[in-house]
Design a protein around this ligand. Structure first.
Ligand code: CMX
Length: 135
């Protein structure tokens, strides 16, 4: 399935405006993109460190997975995303090995990537994402 690196770490926050100050003013990283992903009911802010990105996630709706996550568990690490060369194939491969996938096929995520999630109950408590550039 060719996982190459950690593409990003998703962090659920109540307010991107507030959290962004910590990443920029304290850690000295630069926010290079702000994007709303309507399909996922989130606003995102991206920072890059080496090959890996930090993705801040703010819910845009009470029914957003991120709103539910913060209500239940508070702000913090929400998911880890692995880069692969083909999200659809990676989802299929793990499903065939008995892992519960949230998405059967990929959908469009931030930055135009093809994304798909594995259920945290099947991955030792970590919501896991595969993502790839369109092929
Ligand atoms: N990490 C770890 N565990 C999580 C979790 C997360 N991010 N989100 C939910 N859970 C756990 C809950 O704590 C709960 O555990 P318990 O039953 O032990 O309490 C269990 O999973 C079920 O949680 P829930 O609150 O009932 O939520 P749902 O089942 O309705 O949804 C999930 C959970 C993971 C299926 C849903 O959040 C989902 O489909 N996520 C994928 C999409 C997503 O998160 N999009 C936002 C980011 C998009 C982006 O990066 O662009």
């Amino acid at each position: 399935m060719n996982l190459s690196h950690i593409e990003h770490i998703g962090i659920a926050v109540k307010s991107i405006d507030e959290a962004k100050k910590y990443y920029e003013d304290i850690l000295g990283l630069k926010c290079y993109a702000l994007e709303e992903v309507t399909d996922q009911k989130v606003k995102t802010a991206f920072f890059k460190i080496g090959q890996t990105k930090i993705e801040l996630l703010e819910a845009t709706d009470n029914e957003s997975p991120v709103a539910k996550f913060i209500e239940k568990r508070g702000e913090g690490i929400h998911h880890i995303a692995f880069a692969t060369d083909n999200t659809d194939e990676a989802l299929k491969t793990v499903a065939e090995k008995g892992i519960r996938t949230i998405d059967k096929t990929s959908r469009k995520g931030a930055e135009g990537l093809d994304i798909g999630f594995l259920h945290p109950k099947s991955t030792f408590g970590v919501l896991t994402e595969f993502c790839s550039k369109e092929i």
